[in-house]
Design a protein around this ligand. Structure first.
Ligand code: P6P
Length: 339
């Protein structure tokens, strides 16, 4: 029946967003245009990633390929595609990319009300071995009467108007929230359209999976150590949790969103702010997790409450099932009260 609905209903991501936007009488269609350009970028990257092995796109930047052109690494290529698509949308003022040290300030004639922060190809170190990778993005509205300054992207994550990721794996799945829940769309290559396949995603309240790089255990703080210990040796006699760690944030978070559990990149002695970037990894994934009924915590507070000071800063993150994050929060609170 689902297949039948798909064939005749064809709820594409564009139609879905248009329906959503029609609930906002003040909407001028700008967001829909912006999103369609992000979707175009995702379709390009999906195609390039699936061909990477063949087209040797995974070669190091600077190598010359058989056509005598300079090889671009997939993450460099993906970044260029997203930057150009976002600028040509005429709906953005500032772009922050993991690939660019400086923010991109759009020229006045092409400026729009939105600011996009993104990682064009997160986990790209995994490309060569075929592990799923992804694009992560978050969208802010420019602050009132601003023409576009860094302050427009140094806003807390809770100010985002939308966030999402596109995972390039066995299928190409785009997960999006515009602030009224989370929906998943799968690319139908025969149509070149993202079709609604996961309506109204809710993260299970509890989970049986924990996801962390145990190789950092030596450097963890006490609450993290205690939580992971409880996952392995439950004090209440329940069965231990399973460890699943892919090492590609989009893949680890997507599994957590659908199956429940917790994904963690804690602070440690080596990296006091953890490894993941606040603006375009922590904020978008935290936004989605909260919209799906889960939580996102940094060890000291709600992740979306962070007020960033620099565009590439990092922050620790614990995100996933509501109850699992609740347990981490209580361990940190207990630790606080002892120190
Ligand atoms: P580690 C990939 O390089 C990445 O940025 C995220 O996608 C992933 O969650 C994390 O780093 C993995 O880091 O230190 O566990 O290899």
């Amino acid at each position: 029946h689902a297949a039948e609905a798909h064939r005749t209903d064809l709820m594409t991501i564009t139609r879905f967003v248009l329906n959503e936007q029609s609930k906002h009488p003040e909407a001028r269609g700008d967001f829909t245009i912006l999103l369609s350009n992000i979707v175009l970028g995702c379709k390009f990257v999906c195609s390039a990633v699936s061909k990477a092995g063949l087209a040797k796109l995974i070669g190091l930047a600077g190598e010359i390929n058989v056509q005598g052109e300079e090889q671009k690494k997939l993450d460099v290529l993906s970044n260029e595609v997203f930057i150009k698509a976002l600028i040509s949308s005429g709906r953005t003022s500032i772009l922050v990319s993991e690939e660019n040290e400086q923010a991109t300030f759009v020229e006045p004639s092409k400026r729009g009300r939105y600011c996009v922060v993104f990682d064009p190809l997160d986990g790209s170190s995994n490309i060569d071995c075929g592990v799923s990778i992804g694009t992560i993005f978050g969208i802010y509205l420019r602050k009132d009467d601003s023409e576009g300054t860094l302050n427009d992207v140094l806003q807390p994550g809770k100010n985002m108007v939308a966030a999402g990721y596109c995972m390039y794996g066995s299928s190409c799945t785009l997960v999006l929230s515009t602030g009224t829940g989370v929906n998943g769309f799968t690319l139908d290559p025969s149509l070149g359209e993202f079709i609604l396949t996961h309506p109204d995603i809710k993260v299970p309240k509890k989970g049986k999976i924990y996801s962390v790089n145990e190789g950092n255990a030596k450097n963890w703080d006490e609450p993290t150590k205690k939580y992971v210990e409880r996952c392995k040796f439950p004090e209440d006699g329940s069965s231990p949790k399973s460890l699943r760690y892919i090492g590609s944030m989009v893949a680890d978070v997507h599994r957590t969103l659908l199956y429940g559990g917790i994904f963690m990149y804690p602070a440690d002695k080596k990296s006091p702010n953890g490894k993941l970037r606040t603006l375009y990894e922590v904020f978008p994934m935290s936004f989605l997790m909260e919209q799906a009924g889960g939580q996102a915590f940094t060890g000291t507070g709600r992740a979306l409450d962070i007020v960033p000071t620099t565009i590439h800063q990092r922050s620790p993150i614990f995100l996933g099932s509501f109850e699992e994050v609740e347990e981490i929060k209580s361990l940190y609170a207990a630790h606080e009260s002892k120190t």
